[in-house]
Every structure is written in structure tokens, then in C-alpha cells.
Design a protein around this ligand. Structure first.
Ligand code: GRF
Length: 235
């Protein structure tokens, strides 16, 4: 099986990118990370990628006369890397419709909320304000509507009494780092595909031993450390 060449787009810290690089350091993982593109020259993730020997490229909006030219530069860089899959990981720009449609089904994103709830920014503060008891993250195929594409996989965490935005963000981020490698792996293997605006998932019957799952759900009453044990298969 040839591993899918994956380019990660970031804007900042790059912790999800780091999780994808770590997963892909296993030669049996179905995707390899061949490049990282940032729209910000000072993104901390760039240094991390370089330290792992991964090629990086900075493509700043300000260096391009308009959005179409910027999108064209991104597309050219993706083609230059020979990308099969594009993984947005904390990439803070909205890509244009043409670019998104060209890569549709091959471009994924992680969003720090259980979509379709809390699209957009400040998801953790909004979840606390809304009083939800369960929060989490979603990996989805990218479409031209922001945070709206078909969901591939989700992980849930409890919202605990006394949580603030930071404690909740940290709990979600921990499961993001497990969920994104899982979801990218499914896409790279062809087990999660986008068809007619929906995600089609392969059946997992033959994967039971690996406990491959598209849902990670905690028992809200247990300690967080137990979450590692709680990934489970749902039909
Ligand atoms: C993550 O919470 C991700 O879900 C969101 O932006 C944040 C990026 O963090 N889209 P990092 O750069 O991966 O550390």
C-alpha cells in the first residue's frame, strides 16, 4: 500500500500537526506528512516541523495581491508537494470556493467542538456559556461553508463543574491529538470517503481487534485518565 502524501496547513502552535507527524512516523500508518504550509511566518509549528525533518513553506496573504492569487499559491504549493490529502490543523483562514472544490474529499479539518454545534471561533467559552455537559471535537471534510462539511469522526469529553475556557480547551485538545490521526488514517485508507456531500464509512467488522472507532466517548463520571480506555466502536 502506498502511503498518502499529506500536507498540513497551520497558522500557529501546531500541536495537532505534531500529533499527525507522530502518527505518521510509524511506517505502517497510511499517510505520510510530506510538507507543512503556514500563513504566518512566526507560527511555532514551523520550527517543530523542521525539527522533524519536514519541508515547510510560508505563504502569507499579504504577499499576494488578492485572495485568488493567494489561493493559487496554496494550490501550487500543494501540487509541488505532490499532495494526495490536505489536513487543516489550526489554519485560521477560509480558503476560496474554487480551491476547496478542487480538493473536495481530499481536504480535512479539525474543529474544537461537536459539530454542528459551535461552528466558528471561541468554541470552548461558548460551550460553557451554553451549559452543555458534553463537548468535544470533530474531524470533517472541508466544504466551502465554514465548519460545515461532512463529519468523519468525533470525540466527546465531559464539561466538568468548575471548568473554565482553559481547562475545557485542554481536555478537548488532548482528545484532538488522538482523534485527528485516527480520522486522517481512515481517509488515507479509503475507509472514510466523501460522496454526494456525505461521509461514507467502511464497515469496521474486520477491524474489531484494533478497536478502530469513529467515536470516542467518555463516561463523564470517570476520571479523565480513564478516557484512554473508552474509545469504542459504534455501528
Ligand atoms: C485546535 O483546537 C484546532 O481544533 C483548532 O485550532 C486549534 C489549533 O491548535 N482548529 P494547534 O495549532 O493544533 O495546537
Amino acid at each position: 500500500m502506498s502511503r498518502k502524501r499529506t500536507v498540513v496547513l497551520i497558522s500557529g502552535r501546531g500541536s495537532n500537526m505534531t500529533a499527525l507527524i507522530a502518527a505518521a512516523s510509524d511506517p505502517t500508518y497510511p499517510a505520510e506528512i510530506v510538507g507543512v504550509i503556514s500563513d504566518r511566518a512566526n507560527a511555532a509549528g514551523l520550527g517543530i516541523a523542521q525539527s522533524r525533518g519536514i519541508a515547510t513553506k510560508v505563504i502569507q496573504r499579504a504577499d499576494h495581491p488578492n485572495k485568488d492569487a493567494y489561493d493559487a499559491a496554496i494550490d501550487a504549493a500543494l501540487t509541488g508537494f505532490g499532495a494526495d490529502i490536505v489536513a487543516l490543523a489550526g489554519y485560521m483562514r477560509i480558503l476560496g470556493r474554487g480551491l476547496v472544490e478542487k480538493w473536495q474529499g481530499r481536504m480535512v479539518n479539525i474543529h474544537p467542538a461537536l459539530l454542528p454545534a459551535f461552528k466558528g471561533l471561541d468554541t470552548h467559552a461558548r460551550a460553557i456559556r451554553a451549559g452543555v455537559r458534553i463537548h468535544g471535537c470533530s474531524v470533517h471534510f472541508v466544504t466551502s461553508e465554514m465548519d460545515d462539511g461532512p463529519i468523519i469522526a468525533q470525540a466527546a469529553v465531559p464539561v466538568m463543574v468548575g471548568d473554565n475556557e482553559d481547562t475545557l480547551a485542554a481536555r478537548v485538545l488532548k482528545v484532538e491529538h488522538r482523534l485527528y490521526p485516527l480520522a486522517l488514517g481512515l481517509v488515507a485508507e479509503g475507509k472514510a470517503r466523501m460522496e454526494k456531500g456525505h461521509t461514507v464509512l467502511a464497515h469496521f467488522a474486520d477491524d474489531a481487534d484494533n478497536a478502530t472507532s469513529v467515536v470516542m466517548a467518555p463516561d463523564p463520571l470517570r476520571e479523565e485518565t480513564d478516557l484512554e480506555q473508552l474509545a469504542r466502536i459504534t455501528p
